[in-house]
Ligand binder design. Sequence first.
Ligand code: NAD
Length: 441
Amino acid sequence: MDMPVRQSEELNLFVNAQRQFERALTWIDDIKVGLIDYMINPQRTIHVRFPVYMDDDSIKNFHGFRVLHNRVRGPGKGGIRYHPDVTEAEVTALATFMTWKTAVVDIPFGGGKGGVKCNPKELSRAELRRITRRFVTELGDNIGPHTDIPAPDVYTDQQTMAWIYDTFDMMHPGDNNLAVVTGKPLDVGGSLGREEATAQGSLYATQQLLSHGVVPGLDTLEGATVAVQGYGNAGSIAARLFHEAGARIVAVSDSRGAIYSNDGLDPVQVLQYKEETGSVVGYPGSTAISNEELLTCECDVLIPAALECQIRVDNAPDVKAKLIVEDANGPLTFAADAILQEKDIVVLPDIVANAGGVVVSYFEWVQNLENQQWDLEKVQRKLKAKMDQAVDDTVACWNGLNERHKGGFNGKKPGPLLRDAALVMAINRLATVILQRDIWP
Ligand code: NAD
């Protein structure tokens, strides 16, 4: 009996990240094996298990992680996720992506990521506060403004970041501790523009990519149709900003389902509806579709902005978009990349597309260390410069790899992906710093 294709596919995010890395390495001629091992494996993984009093007076134990993947280019940097499916492999993969991402946008950070296995939808605000405070206490000095700096991720927000800061600050009285965490509320040392930074960065990156003319059949967002999976921080703001840039948002989704309208959805009203009812599903004038249907609907641009491994061997052949903008981390499997490449669908990879969040986190960190508050115009100008540069560098590297492909591989190896180019750039930047620091005793 034939097994469903999906069962044979690797859905471990860290294994997918390793395969992406290995594929990129095939474009690099001269790199020592020991250096490769050092660059792919995490430098430090912390597990903490801790008890929390629940509102009903019971005691529940939670399992949290913080992975410092690499800090050669600077302190670890990366979000903290609260989700029932959080695992060590997932957090390690996400920390790995952060190492590449910070190198691609060339900011002085390494890669880190954290998570607590819990279901925020079943927890009260008071329980989330106690979980956060206890988690930070358990992490102790493994986080800090110059060691490893958390930020928001799935189901954590500004409030979570304020709790992290306050807990760390109580543990280190007398210091300026604001830079221990980014994505804080404005009044607690946050940066203007941080809330929308991930989506804003993905808009800048998409516009810059289109200006290079590398997406077959698509050279502008004006009039383009867009589908967005996930309607949280990254997704809902991307829908609004792409809409403001002239695109028609034809489909959006959240964990409860998806909606479609060929006439176009108003992203602000959809968000208001979600805030009132708990979901985008049921928004007046829209048709309910499944999340699967959203991923394969007719559109020019598909923005996965929810979770990982959403586009796989089983649905990649049906994707109709011309361009996929990875606002989520790792939304495509390794195998999906190859299928999409054959279909001439261009993928703007996560380590470029969603890097706006960490770029403005970096700006927040700088402002905190200098006790400054930049205005929004300055944040956005500097963000655009970083995103444009990252896209220009990626496309330049990709053009270089394409030249090599034409000259040397006789069609035996598939041409480079934009993801390969971004990773080659990141690996080279990391290797340069490792060699210049001469980190061996
Ligand atoms: P969020 O918690 O604000 O939103 C997540 C959204 O995804 C919610 O609307 C949720 O309903 C939806 N969702 C969950 N499961 C789903 C499913 N199976 N199908 C469809 N929708 C589903 O999280 P976020 O901060 O927007 O993060 C989303 C993605 O973007 C993650 O992959 C995250 O790592 C990535 N990212 C976020 C940031 C940031 O600054 N927030 C930065 C870079 C990357």
